[in-house]
Design a protein around this ligand. Sequence first.
Ligand code: FES
Length: 133
Amino acid sequence: MTWTKVCEKSEIPEGSIKKVWARVGSGIPIAVAHHRSGFVAIPPVCPHLEEPLDESGLLLGCKLTCTKHLWSWDLETFELQDEAELPLKTYDLKIDGNDIMVYVAEQLEYTFDEDDDIDENTFFDEDEDDDVW
Ligand code: FES
């Protein structure tokens, strides 16, 4: 494998996340995020429950938050923040002129436990028993 161009810098304004494809094999999906200090390349889904981060991800400064259940990561240090329980995997990334290049040796994926589901009705109302009079 080698470095491959996935997009141009101008396609991803600061504060945004874009799903791109590395032209490796039949294509590998990657999310490129443009945070305050630069770009990162990560698998395109949240490691919690596989939400597409280009849709559920909110990027403020260097903090990426999956708005589905509020797992967050610092994209500069890759420290877990808030509710996050698993780290992000990352691809090596470099800038060549206006091109964003990613080194893809293999597709990075997370393992999802099908039993690790969450009740959407209770997630935002943990005190629901308090509401019963
Ligand atoms: S799916 Fe992203 S935090 Fe739950």
